[in-house]
Ligand binder design. Sequence first.
Ligand code: COA
Length: 362
Amino acid sequence: MDVDECIKEWEDLIVDYKRLESVNKQYLTKLEEVGELQGACMKELQHQRYRMSIITGTLKRLEKKRVPKDERVSNLEKEIMKRKAMLHEIEATLPKQNSLYLKIILGNVNVSILNKNDKFKYKDEYEKFKLILSAIAFVLAVANLYIDFRPLQLILIFLLVWYYCTLTIRESILKVNGSRIKGWWRLHHFISTVVAGVLLIWPQNEPWNEFRHTFMWFIAYISVVQYMQFRYQSGVLYRLKALGARHNMDITIEGFHSWMWRGLSYLLPFLFGGYVFQLYIAYTLYHLSYHPEATWQIPYLAALFLVLHCCNMYTILKTLHRKTKGGLKLSYKLRAIAYRLSNEFAILDQKWRQNKPENKTE
Ligand code: COA
């Protein structure tokens, strides 16, 4: 190319640039429109929820006054339930504010995932992340059982600090995106970070040498339990996805229960085993705290393990009670409906796109 050709190329490029500018302008206008539409959706959503709360409040009052419940009331309740599911679905498509913890760590960056498939992928990735890290922890714990090498112990403990810290961030992102993970499980991971941090600064003395093996066995054990949890959680996740894909699936709520929580009874004994192990560790540490060489870390760790044991036991028993008593019935039924409906919407949307006039002319 000579200079003239370069200038000609440049002039051609100016025309292309004008096109890029105009496309970018359109894009910015649409972005602005999206922001406005999101705001309008949020307002309408609040409005729906407010009016629905008045209706449900009135229905409850009527029930308390023992006004006989006729078919109209049952239908209305069903409709309210469906609407709640739909509102939940609509809400999932709108951006959400970060929690305080995420604001502190990440700043005001937007972590809302607005697409259902991406949400599913994120949760799936989170479960796989836990699995991989558990496998590494298992290998390191077993190695530490056979090799007495301080750097290897520190690598494992440091890995635990990083792992639990990362979990707290990922779980906060999941929470922002509509996960119903209970506060305790998140707090559990915060406390576990503290536990691992304290272990990291526990000096290598006689009490540590006495405790080390028990701790490594514990890590190996919970890594195996983590694998079982992974199998269970992935099962639940894929069944939920399948639920959305099976449109005319007519399952009874009882059938839904046993189908949805398949594998839980298999997992439970191992979870309880873990909690008993935590109690045993708390007890061992309590005894070690009377050792002449004991440092301040030991009683603190004993107290933390006791807290973990008690709160884990309490939360799991509460979860089981809810699952068997059916408190979750409604919420899962809502999810079932929501998944089904949102899927139908996706299909309708797809059909609509396929039948769009411009597609027909092509
Ligand atoms: N960690 C992370 N997320 C959890 C969780 C945990 N321990 N327990 C439940 N969740 C999530 C679920 O994935 C679900 O998420 P979603 O809303 O995004 O779908 C949500 O919280 C609600 O779950 P829920 O229906 O209450 O329970 P579940 O059937 O999914 O799981 C248990 C029930 C008992 C299996 C589960 O809570 C568990 O494994 N707990 C034990 C954890 C533990 O003690 N670990 C240490 C072992 S020593």
